[in-house]
Design a protein around this ligand. Structure first.
Ligand SMILES: Nc1nc2c(c(=O)[nH]1)N[C@H]1C(S)=C(S)[C@@H](COP(=O)(O)OP(=O)(O)OC[C@H]3O[C@@H](n4cnc5c(=O)[nH]c(N)nc54)[C@H](O)[C@@H]3O)O[C@H]1N2
Ligand SMILES: Nc1nc2c(c(=O)[nH]1)N[C@H]1C(S)=C(S)[C@@H](COP(=O)(O)OP(=O)(O)OC[C@H]3O[C@@H](n4cnc5c(=O)[nH]c(N)nc54)[C@H](O)[C@@H]3O)O[C@H]1N2
Ligand SMILES: [Mo]
Length: 675
C-alpha cells in the first residue's frame, strides 16, 4: 500500500490531518496523523466516511442534462461544455456579463478556489454575492477591537485555568478541541459552557449557564460591570493597551439583576462567573459562531471580548479570546476587511453583488440586466440560505443554471446542467484553517473517476470555447501546469516554503503565539479599541459594546425562537446521504422542552407543523430536557427529501456588522398534526 498524509478540506474548525493508504489506485484505509498537534487523534466519523463518499454509487461522475420531463440524462463533457459556453456567450453578448450569476458556497477549502474568480474576471465580470452565511459579524467585531483576528495555538488551551465555551459546541463542531479541553481539565482547569441548550459539550463541563438566545451581550456587560465595580480589572494592562476603557466603564448600566431579567440567568450566577473569570489567572474565552448569527451578533461578540480585555488576559499562555485564528487561513482574502463591502474598489468594474443573507429579496430587486445564467459551485443555496423558499424561486426563475456538484443535492436538482465535481483525493491543493494553525498540503492520491474534471480544467476548457486567454499566467492552469501554479500561488503567501509545505503540515513562520504577545494591535489607534469610531462609521452601531434585544421581524407574538445548529454527523448539508452516517444517526427531529410539550400536549414522536409568516415545514417532535422553554431546535443542513427546508422559515436579514446572516432571530409557532 502507498501512504500519504492529507487533510480534510471541509469548512470546519478542525481541518484534520490524516493518513491515507492506497492500493491499486484506490483509497483503502484512513488512519490518524499524529504529526499535527491540533488533530493528533485523526478525523471524525465524517473524515472516516471518505472511504464511502468518494466511491459512493450516488456520486455524480458524468455531466447530466435536464430533460423536458424534468429527469436528468448523461451527456458527454464536450457537449455539456459546448452548451454552457454557448449560453454564457449569448448572455454576455446580449446583456453583458452581469447577466450571469456566479454563486460559490463553502463546501470546499483550498487555494484552487482562486481559479473560479480568475475565470469570472476574465469573462468580464459577473453578478456575485457579498457577505457570508457563517461568521462575519464576529470576525468584524474582533477586527474592530483587536485589529486582527487570531488566537493562541489550540493546544495552549491546556494552560488555561478557566475555559469559557461561549456558544460553542466543540463536542460536535470542533471535536478535536475537546482533546485540548480535556487536557486542561486534567491540569485542574474549570470548564464553563454558556449555551441555551444542554449540548454534548455541556455534558463535559463543570458549569452550564443557559441564557435566553440572543441575550449574551447583556450577560457579558453585566459581568464586565461586576468586574469593574469590584476592582478586579488589570489596570496596568488597560492603561498601556486599551482605549475607551473610561467610556466603557461609565456606559455599563446592566446590573446582574437587570441581566437576570433579560437573560434568565440568576444574578448570583452572573456575579460568581464574573468573579471567577477575573480571578482565574489564565482565562480563555472560546466564542462560537452560533451566537453571532443574530441582528445583534457583532455587538454581542464585542461585549464578550471585553471580558478578557479588561482583565488583561491577552497575549499570554492559557489566555485569550478564541473566535477564529486567521494566521493559517491562507486560501482567500477574508483577512482583507474591504472584501466585505459590496463596492470594493478593485472589483468594481467586474462585479455587481447582492447580499448572501438577503439573496431572495436582493435577487428580485435586481434591475437590468436580469440574470439569464447561473453558475453554482461548492454550495447548496436552495436549502442553506435564509429565506430559502424565495431563494429557490429566484434560482428557478433563471433560464439556465449550471451546478458543479458531487451529489444530487436540492440545488443540483434544479440545475439544467450538472457538472461532476472533484473529490478530496483527486487533486493536489493547499488547505488553510481558521482554527488548526497549520497550512496543509493535500496531495493527489487517486485519479478522477468517470468524466470528472477539477474546476481549473472545467474553466480552462470553457475559456477555450469562449476564446478567452486562459493558461497559467491568467490564473487558469492546464492540468500539466497546475502544480506549478500551486507552487507559484504559495510563493505569494509569506511564511510558506513549498518544499516544507509539500512534506508536512506547516505553521507559518509569522504565526504569533501567544497571539498579540507583541502587544501590537492593527486598529486605528494601535491599541485594543473598546471604543471604536470605525464601528460607528462602517456599521452604524454604538461605538462601545452594547446590548440591543434581537429583532423579531414583527413576530414577537410567536412563542418559539428557532435554533438551527450544526450536528456532529454532518458539515451543513454534506455527509448525511452516506450509508455510514445514516447507520449511526436517527432521523432529524424537532426538539422541544418538557414544559412546552406539556403545555401543548405533545409527546416524542408526534408530528407537528412549524410555521411563521414566511412558510411552514412539518416534522416529528422530540421532547427533551436539553432545550429551554421557548426554543425549538432543528439542525440545519437536512435535505428537503429528509424533512429539511427549515431555512424557509428564516428571515433574509443581515447581522449588525460584517454582512452575515441573522439565522437565529427567527420566531415560529407550532401545531400538532393529527396522526
Ligand atoms: N460536525 C460539524 N462540525 C462543523 C460544522 C458542521 O456542520 N458539523 N460546521 C462548521 C461550520 S461552517 C461552522 S460555522 C462551525 C459552527 O460551529 P459552532 O461555532 O459551534 O456554531 P453552531 O453550531 O452554529 O452554534 C454553537 C452553539 O451556539 C448555541 N447558540 C445559539 N444561539 C445562542 C445564543 O444566543 N447564545 C449562546 N450562548 N449560544 C447560542 C447553539 O445552541 C449551539 O450549541 O462548525 C464547523 N464545524
Ligand atoms: N438555518 C441555518 N442555516 C445555515 C446555518 C445555520 O446555522 N442555520 N449555517 C450557515 C453556515 S455557518 C454555513 S457555513 C452554510 C453552509 O452552506 P454551504 O456553503 O451551501 O455548504 P454545504 O451545505 O456544506 O454544501 C456544500 C456543497 O459543496 C459540494 N462540494 C464539496 N466539494 C466540492 C468541490 O470540490 N467542488 C464543488 N463544486 N462542490 C463541492 C458538496 O457536495 C455540498 O453539496 O450554511 C449556513 N446555513
Ligand atoms: Mo459556517
Amino acid at each position: 500500500m502507498k501512504e500519504f498524509v492529507t487533510v480534510c478540506p471541509r469548512n470546519c474548525y478542525s481541518t484534520c490531518s490524516f493518513r491515507v493508504f492506497t492500493e491499486e489506485g484506490r483509497v483503502k484505509r484512513i488512519l490518524p496523523y499524529e504529526g499535527n498537534l491540533a488533530t493528533p487523534e485523526g478525523p471524525c466519523i465524517k473524515g472516516l466516511s471518505y472511504l464511502e463518499r468518494e466511491y459512493s454509487s450516488e456520486r455524480i461522475i458524468y455531466p447530466l442534462q435536464r430533460q423536458p420531463d424534468g429527469s436528468f440524462s448523461r451527456i458527454s463533457m464536450d457537449l455539456a461544455l459546448d452548451i454552457i459556453a454557448a449560453r454564457l456567450a449569448e448572455a454576455r453578448e446580449k446583456r453583458g456579463p452581469h447577466s450571469v450569476l456566479f454563486y460559490k458556497g463553502s463546501g470546499y477549502s483550498g487555494l484552487s478556489n482562486d481559479i473560479s474568480g480568475n475565470f469570472w474576471r476574465l469573462f468580464g465580470g459577473a453578478t456575485t454575492t457579498y457577505g457570508n452565511l457563517c461568521w462575519p459579524a464576529g470576525l468584524e467585531a474582533v477586527r474592530l477591537t483587536m485589529g486582527e483576528v487570531k488566537h493562541n495555538l489550540p493546544w495552549d488551551l491546556a494552560n488555561a485555568s478557566i475555559i469559557i465555551l461561549w456558544g460553542k459546541n466543540s463536542a460536535e463542531t470542533n471535536v478535536q478541541e475537546m482533546i485540548h479541553i480535556e487536557k486542561a481539565r486534567q491540569n485542574g482547569a474549570k470548564v464553563v459552557v454558556i449555551d441555551p441548550r444542554r449540548t454534548l459539550t455541556a455534558d463535559k463541563a463543570d458549569i452550564l449557564i443557559r441564557p435566553k438566545p440572543g441575550t449574551d451581550a447583556a450577560l457579558a456587560l453585566a459581568m464586565a460591570k461586576v468586574i469593574i465595580d469590584r476592582g478586579l480589572t488589570d489596570n496596568e494592562f488597560i492603561s498601556k493597551h486599551v482605549s475607551g476603557f473610561e467610556q466603557f466603564a461609565s456606559s455599563l448600566h446592566i446590573t446582574p439583576d437587570k441581566a437576570q431579567e433579560i437573560t434568565g440567568v440568576p444574578a448570583t450566577a452572573i456575579v460568581d462567573l464574573a468573579v471567577m473569570a477575573a480571578g482565574a489567572g489564565r482565562l480563555t474565552v472560546v466564542a462560537g459562531y452560533g451566537l453571532q448569527r443574530y441582528t445583534n451578533g457583532g455587538q454581542t461578540i464585542r461585549s464578550i471580548l471585553s471580558i478578557p480585555v479588561i482583565t488583561g488576559m491577552i497575549g499570554k499562555p492559557g489566555c485569550g479570546f478564541n473566535f477564529a485564528n486567521l494566521q493559517s487561513y491562507i486560501f482567500d482574502d477574508i483577512k482583507e476587511p474591504l472584501s466585505y463591502y459590496p463596492d470594493r474598489e478593485a472589483d468594481k468594474p467586474f462585479r455587481r453583488a447582492i447580499s448572501m443573507a438577503r439573496f431572495g429579496p436582493d435577487f428580485f430587486a435586481l434591475k437590468e440586466p436580469a440574470i439569464k445564467v447561473a453558475w453554482i459551485e461548492r454550495g447548496n443555496p436552495v436549502i442553506q440560505l435564509p429565506g430559502s423558499g424565495e431563494v429557490k424561486k429566484a434560482l428557478e426563475s433563471i433560464p439556465f443554471k449550471v451546478v458543479v456538484e458531487q451529489f444530487m443535492t436540492d440545488t443540483a436538482a434544479i440545475a439544467d446542467i450538472i457538472l461532476p465535481a472533484k473529490g478530496i483525493f483527486e487533486q493536489a491543493d493547499v488547505v488553510g484553517s481558521y482554527w488548526n494553525p497549520y497550512a496543509q498540503y493535500k496531495p493527489k492520491v487517486t485519479d478522477l473517476p468517470g468524466e470528472v474534471l477539477p474546476e481549473n480544467e472545467i474553466y480552462r476548457r470553457l475559456a477555450e470555447r469562449l476564446k478567452l486567454p486562459a493558461g497559467k499566467e491568467n490564473g487558469i492552469p492546464a492540468p500539466e501546469d497546475y502544480d506549478d501554479w500551486l507552487t507559484e500561488r504559495i510563493s505569494h503567501t509569506p511564511g510558506f516554503v513549498r518544499e516544507e509545505l509539500f512534506q508536512k503540515p506547516v505553521i507559518p513562520e509569522q504565526n504569533e503565539h501567544p497571539a498579540y504577545a507583541g502587544m501590537k494591535f492593527a486598529t486605528p489607534s494601535g491599541r485594543i479599541e473598546l471604543w471604536s469610531d470605525r464601528a460607528v462609521k462602517l456599521w452604524g452601531v454604538d461605538p462601545l459594546p452594547s446590548y440591543e434585544p434581537p429583532e423579531d421581524f414583527g413576530e414577537s407574538h410567536l412563542p418559539f425562537r428557532l435554533m438551527t445548529p450544526n450536528i456532529a454527523s454532518r458539515i451543513h448539508s454534506q455527509f448525511g446521504n452516506l450509508e455510514v452516517i445514516k447507520s449511526v444517526i436517527d432521523e432529524p427531529v424537532w426538539e422541544i422542552s418538557v414544559t412546552d410539550a406539556r403545555k401543548l400536549g405533545l409527546r416524542s414522536g408526534d408530528n407537528i407543523r412549524i410555521f411563521n409568516s414566511r412558510g411552514d415545514v412539518t416534522g416529528r417532535v422530540k421532547v427533551t430536557a436539553r432545550v429551554k422553554s421557548g426554543s425549538l431546535v432543528f439542525p440545519n443542513g437536512i435535505w428537503l427529501g429528509e424533512g429539511g427546508g427549515v431555512n424557509r422559515l428564516i428571515a433574509p436579514c443581515e447581522t449588525d456588522m460584517g454582512h452575515g446572516a441573522a439565522f437565529h432571530n427567527t420566531r415560529a409557532d407550532i401545531e400538532k398534526l393529527v396522526q
